[in-house]
Design a binder for this molecule. Structure first.
Ligand code: HDE
Length: 701
């Protein structure tokens, strides 16, 4: 039957295949049922056979005229586009922003004026250093980029989960990234800063010290994208109808509060589930547990900026919330997963210059440099200047101007006139001085110079402030992270120089790191003109542990079962967990499940070897005596329990599971509940990890 006729006569692939004479040895594929649409090529021609290429004879060579095969393969050959030079590994979702407190009078931006209006958003979370295929849980800053499709144009807040940055001037960005990425001669390591070039650069770049404290902290190993804060980092301007400017810093605050994993766990998750964060976000949205953030702003004027102890244009500094509280003005909900990862998450293009009237820039030299970089990079990455026409990037308001043509133009612009001024047509777009974007007329004068402002010179005070503001376990983690990273540095002089920089923050911090590195001799402090101030009051808001929100909602409980498990106990845990919004995941030696003591089957979510305890927030060992004995000789089970203990998780267990607990080196503490009720286990788990256990499982330097 000819292709064209078949296209008219059949309504689905099933019918097409059935009416098609199958090739020798070819079987009809089983389908999921339903009415499948016809498969076509990219030009719309219906495909009659997607299994066999066109050959000169049954065992002969392929024919070039097989345009179906040629098109399919050529398309495949071009499936990849250049990955982002930084933030290559990311994951996105859709949702909306809703203003709850109007900033009318402060900013004329409609999105910050119209209370209750829901503005669609696309958010992409990312790591910075790793390539697209790297693991989600690498120690790194998380990108937190929000695109708001406002009726006045797209507004992007292209932020991070850390409120400060490594450098003060954009001209240093290339160096930072080259130092952090794979070393150019050997092409490794990727997705980590734990190597010579990064620490060589960092130890020679005192302005990075504050940020180093943050990336060595637990902020850099978040439990979930849903549990990170976001920051615009720079000081921006809000501009009102009268042209008055107010400085602003943007903050996103997760409704669930912040939470992190522990470092050894992060390393193991990278192997057990490199997609840990994206899977978590996808699942949460898929299940209707929509993540939410509040938008907070720190608003201030010139007078505040003048008297604040650091320069508000310096992106290596933050303004503590205790000094300038947040005003919560809205909330953002992510409630829709993407339909297609590539079309949306990969092709989304953020830019700091995507702003609307009422939002404006300051002279922060990092922001100024970023304003050049983003559109430029998209042109290469997405193949031309029309990437704004791709649906995920297209504004949800009219776009009319005299820009024309170029690769992949999708808007067929009508008319003769493609220039301005013009008189030939009555409907050509015109500039609008009243409603259009106008830049704040900041006064500029002085000499043209390549300099770093004197007011940017203090590199250590806020590094110390951050460290001092952490809870003790968090401080210990920062020290351990420096030790881990610098232990991967092969060049001794680099290790020593970095410790010499840390001595500028605080002698004890440097000594603790030196001790962990086994460094002998006196620490050589790097000379600095501006020593760290020790008088800055601590800011509890900078700590995850001091601000943590208790609860188990959307948390994952790994339950280890085997043949002989008491099914009633598992059911009781499931029902108690459901009441508190936590999720039970059954891990069994076989994915087919386990046969409970009463003969019923307990269905498994994970097979033991693929369901490592690092994937769960807390664990319950629901084993019979026989089951515990059997699993005591199973390395995966012993590691499962041992890791949960070492990762400071709350562990619940049946009294019969004791053999396995002992074999795994578990020492009973307030986070190990043997033979208790599920409610008691969940109550303890709601308070989070057992950080007090830490000194018994790893050295604190
Ligand atoms: Fe970026 N950054 N950046 N950056 N950045 C990019 O743009 C750049 C900086 C941030 O999910 C690139 O589309 C320069 C600070 C995020 O798609 C590129 C400088 C902050 C994302 C670029 C900075 C960020 C990017 C690479 C120093 C936090 C991911 C691909 C002046 C406030 C957005 C791309 C996404 C991505 C340049 C520093 C956040 C090359 C030159 C500071 C969240 O344009």
């Amino acid at each position: 039957m000819a292709n064209e006729t078949m296209a008219k006569e059949t309504s689905g692939v099933n019918a097409t295949l059935e009416s098609h004479e199958l090739g020798k040895g070819q079987e009809l594929h089983q389908t999921a049922g339903g009415s499948h649409p016809q498969m076509t090529n990219q030009r719309g021609t219906v495909v009659s056979d997607d299994e066999n290429s066109l050959k000169a004879n049954e065992r002969g060579p392929d024919l070039l005229e097989d345009f179906f095969n040629v098109e399919k393969t050529q398309h495949f050959d071009h499936e990849r586009i250049p990955e982002r030079v930084v933030h290559a590994r990311g994951y996105g979702a859709r949702g909306h922003f809703e203003l709850t407190d109007s900033l009318a009078g402060i900013s004329k931006a409609g999105v910050l004026n119209r209370v209750g209006e829901k503005t669609p958003v696309f958010v992409r979370f990312s790591t910075v250093a790793g390539n697209m295929g790297s693991a989600d849980t690498a120690r790194d800053v998380r990108g937190f980029a929000v695109k708001m499709y406002t009726p006045e144009g797209n507004w992007d807040i292209v932020g991070n989960n850390i409120p400060v940055f490594f450098i003060q001037d954009a001209i240093k960005f290339t160096d930072l990234i080259h130092a952090a990425k794979q070393e150019p001669d050997r092409g490794f390591p990727q997705a980590q800063t734990a190597h010579d070039t990064f620490w060589d650069w960092a130890s020679l770049t005192p302005e990075s010290t504050h940020m180093l404290m943050w990336i060595m902290s637990d902020r850099a190993i978040p439990r979930s994208f849903r549990m990170i804060q976001g920051f615009g980092v720079h000081t921006f301007r809000l501009v009102n109808e009268e042209g008055k400017s107010t400085y602003v810093k943007f903050h996103w605050r997760p409704k669930l509060g912040m939470a992190s994993v522990v470092w050894d766990e992060a390393l193991k998750i990278s192997g057990a589930d490199p997609d840990f964060h994206r899977r978590d976000l996808w699942n949460a949205i898929d299940e209707g547990n929509f993540p939410e953030w509040e938008l907070g702003v720190q608003l201030f004027d010139e007078a505040f900026a003048e008297k604040f102890e650091f320069d508000v244009l310096d992106a290596t500094k933050l303004i503590p919330e205790e000094v300038l509280p947040l005003r919560i003005v809205g909330k953002m909900v992510l409630n829709k997963n993407v339909d297609n990862y590539f079309a949306e998450t990969e092709q989304v293009a953020f830019a700091t210059t995507d702003v609307v009237p009422g939002i404006d820039f300051t002279n922060d030299p990092l922001l100024q440099g970023r304003n050049l970089s983003y559109i430029d990079t998209q042109i290469t990455r997405l193949g031309g200047p029309n990437y704004e026409q791709i649906p995920v990037n297209a504004p949800r308001c009219p776009v009319m101007n005299m820009q024309r043509d170029g690769h992949m133009t999708m808007r067929p612009q009508k008319g003769r006139v493609s220039y301005s001024p013009s008189s030939l047509e009555s409907d050509t777009p015109r500039q609008d001085p009243i409603h259009g974007f106008t830049s704040f007329p900041a006064k500029e004068n002085g000499d043209k110079l390549r300099v770093r402002a004197e007011s940017f010179a203090d590199h250590y005070s806020q590094a110390l402030l951050f460290f001092k503001s952490q809870a003790e376990p968090e401080q210990n983690h920062i020290i351990s992270a420096f030790i881990f990273e610098l232990s991967k540095v092969e060049t001794k002089s680099v290790r020593e120089r970095m410790v010499g920089q840390l001595a500028n923050v605080d002698a004890t911090i440097a000594q603790r790191v030196a001790k962990g590195l086994g460094m002998k001799g006196e620490i050589k402090r790097i000379p600095t003109k501006v020593p760290a101030r020790t008088d800055l009051p601590v800011s509890d808001k900078l700590s995850i542990l001091k601000t943590m929100k208790p609860g188990v909602a959307t948390k994952q409980i790994g339950v280890l079962v085997a043949d002989g498990t008491d099914a009633a106990q598992v059911l009781a845990l499931e029902s108690a967990a459901a009441k508190m919004g936590a999720q039970v995941k059954i891990v069994a030696p076989k994915v087919g499940g386990a046969q409970a003591a009463d003969g019923s089957m307990l269905e498994a979510d994970f097979q033991l070897a693929g369901g490592s305890s690092v994937l769960f927030d807390m664990v319950f060992i629901a084993l019979s005596e026989m089951g515990a004995k059997m699993l005591s000789t199973e390395a995966a089970a012993v590691a499962w329990v041992h890791d949960a203990f070492a990762h400071l998780k709350v562990i619940g267990a049946t009294a019969e599971a004791e053999t396995l607990l002992k074999r795994s080196g578990v020492i009973v503490d307030k986070g190990v509940l043997v033979g208790g009720l599920p409610e008691a286990f969940l109550e303890v788990a709601a308070a989070g990890r057992i950080y007090s256990r830490e000194p018994s499982v790893r050295t604190v330097y």
